[in-house]
Design a protein around this ligand. Structure first.
Ligand SMILES: NC(=O)N[C@@H](CC(=O)O)C(=O)O
Ligand SMILES: [Zn+2]
Ligand SMILES: [Zn+2]
Length: 349
C-alpha cells in the first residue's frame, strides 16, 4: 500500500551551510520551516574559529529568522592548526558550540584555513576527547595525485583509521559520506563513529554531472560517485542503524558562482530537503525508517533531546522553481524546474 501522509517527529539537519548576510536571510527560512535545529558549518570567510565568533554568528542567524519560526542553530568551530585546548574548553563551556569541524586544507569550499597536517592538532583533539566535543570531518585527502573519485576512500585508510585508534573516546562524524568504503567503515567502527548522508548522494550518481552536457549544479564535494556507491549509501541510510543520520550539506552558491569556467562546489537542497529524503525512503519501501534517520539518530548521538513537535509530509507533487531569490542571492536549487513527489503540509508547494 502506498502511504499518502506521513507524520514524523520534527527532524533536524546535522550538516548545513547557512552563509551570512543576504544569503543567510534568503536560505534560512527554507531550513527553519522544515527542521527544528541544524548543525551550522563554520566555513565562512573568515572562518568561525572560536566561541566568540560562533556566538556572534549565532546571533546573526537568530536575527535573520523570520518571526514565528522555531529554530535553533547549533554552532561549530572551524579547526585550524592554531586552535588550542583552551579554545576547546571555552567552546564546550559556551553551551552553544556543539562540535568542531576538520577541513583538510584545500579539500573543499572555504577550506584554505583548514588543517595541513593533523599531527599539529593532537593536543587540541585530545582536549576535544576530554571535553566530549565531537569532531566533524570532511573526509577527503587533498594530494593532487590521488584521483578525485578516490579521495574519500584514501582518507579513510590513511587518516581516519589511525585517528579513531588514537582517540578511542572521541565522538566522530564522517560528514556527507559518498562511498561504499565509508558506509562499511562507519558500520564496522565503534559506536562513537557515525556518518551523515546527503539527499543528493542518495538520489544521484556521477552520471548526473554529465547528463547531456556539463551540469555545474550537480557538482559538489565529495563529488558524486558510481551507482554501486549510491546503492551502499541508500542501504546504510534505510538500514535503521543509529550510526547514519540526516545531514543535507545544503550549500548555497549564487547562479553566477556555479555557472562559471571554474564553478564552486555545493548543491542547494534546503528548499526540499525532507521531501527529497522521503523519495529515497519511499523507493526503498522504508518510509517507516525515515523518522529514525531524520529525527532520532542525530539528537541521540549529539546527546540532545529529540524534538517534541511534528511535521507532516503529504504525497502531493509540486514543481521546484527554476530559480530562488534574486539579484546577488539568486540560486538554482536541486531539482530546479522538476517535480518533487512529497510536500510538507502547511508549506506552499
Ligand atoms: N559540499 C560542498 O560541495 N560544498 C560546501 C563545503 C563542504 O561541505 O565540503 C560549501 O560550503 O559550499
Ligand atoms: Zn565538506
Ligand atoms: Zn558541507
Amino acid at each position: 500500500m502506498t502511504a499518502t501522509r506521513l507524520t514524523l517527529t520534527r527532524p533536524d539537519d546535522w550538516h548545513l551551510h547557512l552563509r551570512d548576510g543576504d544569503m543567510l536571510a534568503r536560505v534560512l527560512p527554507d531550513t527553519a520551516r522544515r527542521f527544528g535545529r541544524a548543525i551550522v558549518m563554520p566555513n565562512l570567510v573568515p572562518p568561525v574559529v572560536n566561541a566568540a565568533l560562533a556566538g556572534a554568528y549565532r546571533e546573526r542567524i537568530l536575527k535573520a529568522l523570520p518571526a514565528g519560526l522555531d529554530f535553533e542553530p547549533l554552532m561549530t568551530l572551524y579547526l585550524t592548526e592554531r586552535t588550542t585546548p583552551a579554545d576547546i574548553a571555552e567552546a564546550k563551556a559556551s553551551g552553544f558550540v556543539h562540535a568542531v569541524k576538520w577541513y583538510p586544507a584545500g579539500a573543499t569550499t572555504n577550506s584554505d584555513s583548514g588543517v595541513q597536517q593533523i599531527s599539529r592538532c593532537h593536543e587540541t583533539l585530545a582536549a576535544m576527547e576530554q571535553h566530549d566535543l565531537p569532531l566533524l570531518i570532511h573526509g577527503e585527502v587533498t594530494d593532487a595525485h590521488v584521483d578525485v573519485f578516490d579521495r574519500e576512500a584514501v582518507f579513510i585508510d590513511t587518516l581516519l583509521r589511525p585517528l579513531v585508534q588514537r582517540y578511542p573516546k572521541l565522538r566522530i562524524v564522517l560528514e556527507h559520506i559518498t562511498t561504499r568504503q565509508a558506509a562499511e567503515f562507519v558500520a564496522a567502527a565503534p559506536a562513537n563513529v557515525v556518518a551523515t548522508i546527503t539527499p543528493h548522494h542518495l538520489l544521484m550518481n556521477r552520471n548526473a554531472i554529465f547528463t547531456g552536457g556539463i551540469r555545474p549544479h550537480h557538482y559538489c564535494l565529495p563529488v558524486l560517485k558510481r551507482e554501486e556507491h549510491r546503492l551502499a549509501l541508500v542501504a546504510a541510510a534505510t538500514s535503521g542503524s543509529p550510526k547514519f543520520f540526516l545531514g543535507t550539506d545544503s550549500a548555497p552558491h549564487t547562479r553566477g558562482a556555479k555557472e562559471a569556467a571554474c564553478g564552486c562546489a555545493g548543491m542547494y537542497s534546503a528548499h526540499g530537503a525532507i521531501e527529497l529524503y522521503a523519495e529515497v525512503f519511499e523507493q526503498e519501501n522504508a518510509l517507516d525508517r525515515l523518522e529514525g534517520f531524520a529525527s532520532f539518530h542525530g539528537p541521540d548521538f549529539y546527546r540532545l533531546p529529540r524534538n517534541t513537535g511534528t511535521i507532516t509530509l503529504v504525497r502531493e507533487p509540486w514543481v521546484v522553481p527554476a530559480e530562488l531569490g534574486e539579484g546577488a542571492t539568486a540560486l538554482v536549487p536541486l531539482r530546479a524546474g522538476t517535480e518533487l513527489a512529497w510536500r510538507v503540509e502547511g508549506l506552499a508547494g
